[in-house]
Design a protein. Structure first.
Length: 94
């Protein structure tokens, strides 16, 4: 009896936002922004897709928030990028 389990892999189905068009978005200040994004990810196991939510922000936005908050900003569910580039963000999540 073969006890090996099949390998299950994840596949990014879609990136979206209720606030912006993620593919065509251009921030007003390219090096200072935070945007809320959702990723729809499915698996080869045949289960339906799951949705994951996270923020995409820049170091400049983070520095501004640190200064405004007295030096503490929680960072869970956050991707930090130097600028908005949909293809880079998509590739990182894929």
């Amino acid at each position: 009896m073969d006890k090996t389990k099949p390998i299950v892999t994840a596949r990014l189905e879609e990136l979206s936002s209720s606030d912006i068009d993620v593919r065509n978005f251009q921030p007003e200040v390219p090096d200072r922004f935070l945007e809320y994004i959702e990723a729809e990810i499915s698996s080869t196991a045949g289960d339906g897709p799951d949705r994951f939510s996270f923020d995409v922000c820049t170091p400049a936005w983070l520095a501004e928030e640190l200064a405004a908050s007295g030096g503490v900003v929680f960072g869970r569910y956050r991707i930090i990028v130097d600028r908005w580039d949909f293809s880079v963000i998509e590739a990182a999540i894929s």
